[in-house]
Design a protein around this ligand. Sequence first.
Ligand code: CDP
Ligand code: MG
Length: 149
Amino acid sequence: MVLAMSDKQRVLVLLKPDAVKRRLIGEIIGRYEARGLTVRAMELRTIDAEMAAQHYVEHIGRPYYEPLVEFITSGPLVAMVLEGRKAIPVVRAMNGKTDCAEAVPGTIRGDLGVHYRRNLVHASDSPESAAREVALWFPQLAEEPDETA
Ligand code: CDP
Ligand code: MG
């Protein structure tokens, strides 16, 4: 018997403090929803440097790390888990290149920003990082039966 493999994925998304300050929460979530992604968890939250270090663990020691932590802890952000078919590559493509000035029009970063750090959104970049980040931000959700595997 051949088991059908589901393409369904979960991805951890942050609407960073610049997105909240600029009142772009609705604009950005509207894009994800219009694309067909489902919000599975969501929270407005201000994080401290320790949570930032856990989230951005792979960036510790990079030259931009200190200003990145200062930025991501600077005010409330919206953390959410989106779910849908191939959600990780879909959301990464919708977000656009890291440097908003290089992101193509049509992407969130390419339409709404020009900065390389204040780039509005974060999304997990692989199934492994998505699993780690969902467990970090929404431990309760991570404990549910994994329908996306
Ligand atoms: O967010 P993304 O996965 O596109 O980029 P990253 O390479 O994982 O970097 C994480 C975050 O660090 C970026 O989204 C930027 O906010 C910030 N960053 C920065 O401030 N300066 C850099 N030279 C590179 C990244
Ligand atoms: Mg990244």
